[in-house]
Design a protein around this ligand. Structure first.
Ligand code: FES
Length: 173
């Protein structure tokens, strides 16, 4: 092993050269991880099954339909409001659906027709279904995942989830 003032060791590289190699390797590894992460689909983009929820002509203004989506462990709710809603479908864009699991700690939400809000019985977070499930007040830090709806041949179908359902790292377990 060399022992001189420029720090060469038995590899034949100086400390400065070794430091440069380490930094370059770290940058390359970091770049690789970042580009790999960017190329992966978001957990909430995971392909989910289609589910028929009901017939359009049977779901009148004020209707409430509870269902499970995208699987049996994921309670959801469809609402036909009395006017247009963000992301709504149907003749007056008033039909919307959301995960019923509160984004704070996962309690199932209740629909309060008088207040026109989905309200959590645990800590009272309130979500507005006319505004894409936006949280209006409460402990949660984000809005509700909205179920993507499509109307086909008079049937209302769930075809996707926009956002990540509480407690999951991907919407399909
Ligand atoms: S679990 Fe809903 S506000 Fe806390």
């Amino acid at each position: 092993m060399k022992d001189n003032n420029n720090g060469d060791d038995k590899t034949g590289f100086s400390r400065r050269q070794m430091l440069s190699f380490s930094l370059a390797a770290g940058v390359a590894a970091g770049t690789g991880v970042a580009s790999e992460a960017n190329s992966e689909p978001s957990p909430s983009d995971t392909k989910v099954p289609e589910l028929e929820i009901g017939k359009l002509d049977e779901i009148k203004p004020g209707a409430v339909v509870e269902f499970d989506y995208p699987d049996d462990d994921s309670p959801a709710i469809l609402l036909r409001l009395n006017g247009p809603a963000e992301g709504g479908v149907g003749p007056d864009q008033s039909i919307v659906a959301f995960s019923r699991l509160c984004t704070h700690k996962g309690c199932p939400l209740d629909w309060n027709a008088e207040q026109k809000m989905l309200i959590c019985p645990c800590h009272w977070s309130s979500f507005d279904p006319a505004l894409k499930g936006r949280m209006i007040i409460g402990q949660a830090s984000q809005g509700l995942p909205q179920i993507t709806l499509r109307i086909s041949e008079g049937n209302i179908r769930a075809v996707g989830v926009e956002g990540l359902i509480y407690g999951r790292y991907t919407n399909i377990l």
